[in-house]
Design a protein around this ligand. Structure first.
Ligand code: 58G
Length: 256
């Protein structure tokens, strides 16, 4: 997959370029990462990329011209059908579903804003989508762009991708992960659960699934609403609900 980032701080991307899953996808050539700095596309002596907002108010706004030239350079290098995305708190929530879907794209250009924002005329003319990694404001789009690239890279064929996507599909498509344990058997007088020591694969699977559903009901009940479950899941969920049900109902009553 071809990735381009437009950023005033392109060195930030070195943080993810040398090791880990994403770094290996880069060095093995499954991903190409190209950086474009709008400052390199300025004409004036001070290499100006921002100016004061019309209508007044605090902060600065990124100007159209340097961004436009940087994007033109990126598009010249990118494959056909490359999508242009702005990282923004106003965007669509970037979730696991988007990560899987967008990993099928031939190319993706992520625009990372700085200051208070970007001139809206650039956004409306050149941006295909706006994505947000969560409901909080950061001082730039670079960290969100790295999150998006990492999440997408895990779903590229061969990245660890295929193997991992099986795991992701069974445990992250709306259900939280189960707890993990490794050696030694006892830590601070706490044993590894017996269910994981028996060597009985079915018992292990059932135990993990039960804890995954239990955690989801406790921590993220919103992930369970409107979903369909097979008979085993229903049985496990009913057992959880009997333990947690009155508790959550009480909390709901308190809110009213
Ligand atoms: C409009 C307004 C366009 C993403 C501000 C661009 C980016 C959080 C997220 C901006 C971000 C997120 C200015 C700084 C956006 C820029 C950037 N903060 N939640 N900050 O994904």
């Amino acid at each position: 997959m071809w990735l381009g980032v437009i950023s005033l701080l392109p060195e930030m991307f070195e943080a993810v370029s040398y090791d880990g899953v994403f770094g290996r996808a880069l060095s093995s050539g499954r991903i190409a990462l190209n950086r474009y700095n709008p400052r390199d596309f300025t004409q004036d002596r001070h290499r100006t990329v921002d100016d004061r907002p019309y209508g007044g108010g605090p902060g600065m706004v990124m100007m159209v011209e340097p961004l436009r030239h940087a994007l033109t350079a990126a598009k010249a290098d990118a494959p056909a059908n490359t999508k242009v995305v702005l990282m923004s708190p106003q965007g669509q929530r970037f979730d696991q579903g988007l990560a899987v879907a967008e990993s099928a794209l031939p190319g993706l250009i992520l625009i990372c804003g700085r200051y208070e924002g970007i001139d809206e005329r650039f956004v409306s003319r050149y941006v295909d989508a706006e994505w947000s990694v969560g409901d909080y404001v950061l001082s730039g789009g670079e960290l969100p762009a790295m999150i998006v690239m990492d999440a997408i890279s895990r779903h590229l064929p061969g990245t660890l991708g295929n193997q991992q996507s099986v795991i992701d599909e069974s445990y992250l498509d709306g259900t939280l992960d189960y707890p993990h344990y490794t050696r030694p058997e006892i830590v601070d007088a706490q044993r590894v659960p017996q269910e994981l020591m028996s060597g009985d694969h079915n018992r292990t699977r059932r135990y993990r699934r039960s804890l995954a559903l239990q955690r989801t009901m406790e921590r993220r009940p919103d992930l369970l609403t409107g979903r369909l479950f097979d008979p085993l899941d229903r049985q496990l969920l009913t057992a959880c609900a009997q333990q947690l049900g009155p508790h959550t109902v009480e909390k709901d009553r308190e809110k009213k």
